[in-house]
Design a protein around this ligand. Sequence first.
Ligand code: ARG
Length: 458
Amino acid sequence: MEKLWAGRFAKQADKIADDFNSSIGVDCRMYQQDITGSMAHAAMLAACGILSPEDAEEITKGLEGILQDINSGALQLDMTAEDIHMFVEAELTKRIGDTGKKLHTARSRNDQVALDLRMYLREECKAIEGLLKDLIRVVLKQAKENIDAILPGYTHLQRAQPITFAQHLLAYIAMFQRDIQRLQDASKRMNFSPLGSCALAGTTYPTNRSMVAQALGFDGITSNSIDGVSDRDFCVEILSALSVIMMHLSRFSEEIILWCSWEFRFVELDDSYTTGSSIMPQKKNPDMAELVRGKTGRVYGNLIATLTMLKGLPLAYNKDMQEDKEAIFDGVDTVKQCLKVFIPMIDTMKTQKQAMYAAAQKGFINATDLADYLVGKGLPFRSAYKLVGQLVAYCIQNNTVLEQLPYEEYQKQSSLFEQDLYNAIDLKQCVEKRISQGGTGSSSVQQQIAQVEEFLKA
Ligand code: ARG
């Protein structure tokens, strides 16, 4: 394909250099944004008297035709074109002749690509927000079904205190809610049109940048032309939001992988979201969760690649910036792919309440409650803590647990113990007594559920 910038050159680009330079294989996915942006630009040029109404009309019709033909498959993208912007413009001129050459008045590919990318990512952020909401919905469904499922809560992966599975799942929902807010926040800052910044310095034509911005659904225009074409903060912000999403999915995956093991047996994944082994007939592996955990690194990599690409760039546009798209598109694709498999995997996951409860009974996770019981009887907490520690040691030596230790043994340690101690260390009671806001007690869990339902409605 002949270069639109061929005028200055005596020789054609070397084939290897040409391929190296070309980005259409990556940026072709922005064809719709590119064409829509061009239509708004043409309309503005006409409104400002820079283009005749007839020319603008011809250009718009031509662009409409190109969009239709790409969508229907009638027009194949020319992969030898330099990028999607060059392709669309050349195709327009092929279709409508010299009028097509007027489209690029008061515009540069530098502001054009910045515009297209913002428009493209705006849609992708919305799509990911939608997927995160779907994920919250299925996690919430699991939480509601497991309000009564008691299991050990862990610190240091050591059994710590009894919680409900609902409470545990609600922790992930809180993360996913923040993930949505982070994307919304980044989108809000991104939603300003850079078009009209032109190559870097603005233009001599009497353009109306706000008109284009408004037509394309932006909240306004970028304030400085140099920043308009050189800013990729929005890529960095979105990639960091995506990295945090992956970090959350990865932590969740890690727990699911543990919970599926025979050592835990807290959950069972549906057959359709697991795989077998080629040699070990008994295996049912949580590959989806492992892959999500594994793909986290590539999204972090995309963030670091983008930050590194930007860090040494003098203002304004530099070709290094073409690398932004591969990184952000891969980040977006990976997160969407992971969410799309994660949602049904969680939706179909079965919980094993008995295994959870059995795990909660060993490990002295009611020891804090026993100490609190003694505090209730007047003992200072530190003394109660020590006394219960001794009781735990005694139980371990005698291969028993606090619930089964005879009353006489308690009496030997302290006369403050009365028969009601067994009620105080009953696991259900231990959970119910966690009445503080945000705690694992059922009233707090119900409150959290109601809050999430409100969030989903909004
Ligand atoms: N394909 C280019 C990119 O993605 C478009 C902008 C090219 N601008 C330029 N001055 N060469 O960055």
